[in-house]
Write a protein that binds this ligand. Structure first.
Ligand code: UD1
Ligand code: CA
Length: 457
């Protein structure tokens, strides 16, 4: 097989996004759009990948990491100029070079494969991935001759009225014979409406040199949406969301209302989980078998065990065991590790804490920087006082202990196993094993007090 290379164009600012964030970093389901393009490339064997960076180069490089080599386009003079920056890395190579825009995140590996196959089979020097759309506004149009052969591409801004009627568009993805590409790029000029060096002009140049130009028309126009503004961004997210939700449903996950369920591309969900509307599951989250998530829950980079339930709650960077019941209205903050058969009820916030098996924090509590053992009951309104205004301190609560309602545990403090803490206590010293701690003012009843009060009036 011929060697294959890929160039991802990602140097533009994305003016039409009207954003301080560089276009290719705008997220779809909480993941920068350029990563979807790289994901699709993963499934095709590519000998060298090069990403052209410019605006926000450092940030883009950080996001892409080791998944690509990089070349810098210092000034954004157009897509042909962008490709030219890869010359030093590719000029001596024999093979096929795929060029794809970093702003077309819906394109799939299957389409890349078909494009490569078509290009290699037809022995063309350039193959354009095209598609037919209802509204071609903004896209380059494919101009064919009477015989139906592709002659050139005309940009929307340079097209005459007749050309504007053409509804076959350039998707911005191409395969080129590598050496022919870099030869032709030398001839591209910027005499056009935008004074840019257009990559599509390479097509006309090769065609005039008598080279074979081919087009591969994909039926899946949905895949080729180029994201230039936030309207297209939301359309792309909708398409991606449907695609991902469909995959989960076909593999045995119930998604009650897929139009109102947002699942990131890297999320894994086991069979017979049920996802209710208004739920967002992102990052590298894992949802176990028979789990119930939602309605209105957010799971970020977390794992939820089998048969656990998370209703109207947020879980971030945490691990939740099996048969755990969370919510409604709980907030599990980063670095929490919750065991099996635990109950976290309404208005409970857990931060950087461990909670042992069969323990319960059923209502209105803040648990931060805490280690809770097994079978512990935390009464309503219990607060771990972990912050002294300067630094954070740890609370440790042993197995089988019982914390009454409205207790303050002023950290650092340790409640040993089997201990009881009376309701309303503010605990500042450790409580020994199996002891009862009471730390509150004793009650006094003033008999007949109300009668005296009335008389005084
Ligand atoms: C481009 C195509 C158009 C096609 C459309 C498909 C050109 C001239 N036009 O138009 O035919 O229908 O894509 O979506 O190529 N970029 C750089 N450096 C630059 C300019 C752009 O790296 O100097 C990158 C951008 O970051 C972007 C991609 O190239 O990822 C495409 O640029 P964009 O300005 O979005 O081109 P379109 O106007 O959409
Ligand atoms: Ca674009």
């Amino acid at each position: 097989m011929k060697k294959r290379f890929a160039i991802v164009l990602a140097a533009g600012q994305g003016t039409r996004m009207k954003s301080k964030l560089y276009k290719v970093l705008h997220p779809i389901l909480e993941r920068p759009m350029i990563l979807y393009v790289l994901d699709a490339l993963d499934a095709v064997s590519i000998d060298k990948r090069i990403t052209v960076v410019g605006h926000g180069a450092e940030k883009v490089k950080e996001v892409v990491g080791s998944r690509s080599e990089f070349v810098l386009q210092k000034e954004q003079l157009g897509t042909a100029h962008a490709v030219m920056q890869a010359e030093s890395l590719l000029q001596n190579e024999d093979g096929t070079t795929l060029v794809v825009c970093g702003d077309t995140p819906l394109i799939t590996a299957e389409t890349f494969k078909k494009l490569f196959d078509h290009h290699e089979k037809t022995k063309a020097k350039a193959t354009i991935l095209t598609t037919k759309v209802d509204d071609p506004t903004g896209y380059g149009r494919i101009i064919r001759n009477e015989a139906g052969m592709v002659e050139r591409i005309v940009e929307h801004k340079d097209a005459n009225e007749e050309e504007k009627l053409v509804n076959e568009i350039n998707t911005g993805t191409y395969c080129f014979d590598n050496k022919s590409l870099f030869e032709a790029l030398k001839e591209v000029d910027n005499n056009n409406a935008q004074n840019e060096y257009y990559l599509p002009d390479v097509i006309e140049i090769l065609q005039k040199h008598g080279e074979t130009i081919s087009a591969f028309v994909t039926e899946n126009a949905d895949e080729t949406v180029g994201i230039n503004d936030r309207v297209a961004l939301s359309e792309a997210e909708k398409i991606m969301k449907r695609r991902i939700n469909r995959r989960h449903m076909l593999s045995g996950v119930t998604i009650v209302d897929p139009d109102h369920t947002y699942i990131g591309p890297e999320v894994v969900i086991e069979q017979d989980a049920v996802i209710y509307p208004g739920t967002i599951i992102t990052g590298k989250s894992h949802i176990g078998e028979n789990a119930i998530i939602g309605p209105n829950s957010e799971i970020i980079d977390s794992s939820i065990g089998a048969s656990s339930t998370v209703r109207q709650s947020t879980v971030k960077n945490s691990k939740i065991g099996n048969n755990v019941d969370i919510g409604p209205f709980a907030h599990i903050r980063p670095d929490s590790n919750i065991g099996d058969n635990v109950r976290i009820g309404n208005f409970v916030e857990i931060k950087k804490s461990q909670i042992g098996n069969y323990s319960k924090v059923p209502h209105l509590s803040y648990i931060g920087d805490t280690i809770i053992g097994e079978r512990v009951n935390i009464g309503s309104g219990t607060i771990t006082v972990n912050y002294d205004g300067n630094s954070k301190h740890q609370t440790i609560i042993g197995d089988d202990s019982f914390i009454g309602c409205n207790v303050n545990l002023v950290a650092p403090v340790k409640i040993e196993s089997g201990a009881y803490v009376a309701a309303g206590s503010t605990i500042t010293r450790d409580v020994p094993k199996d002891a009862l701690a009471i730390a509150r003012a004793r009650q006094t009843n003033k008999e007949g007090y109300v009668e005296k009060l009335i008389k005084r009036k």
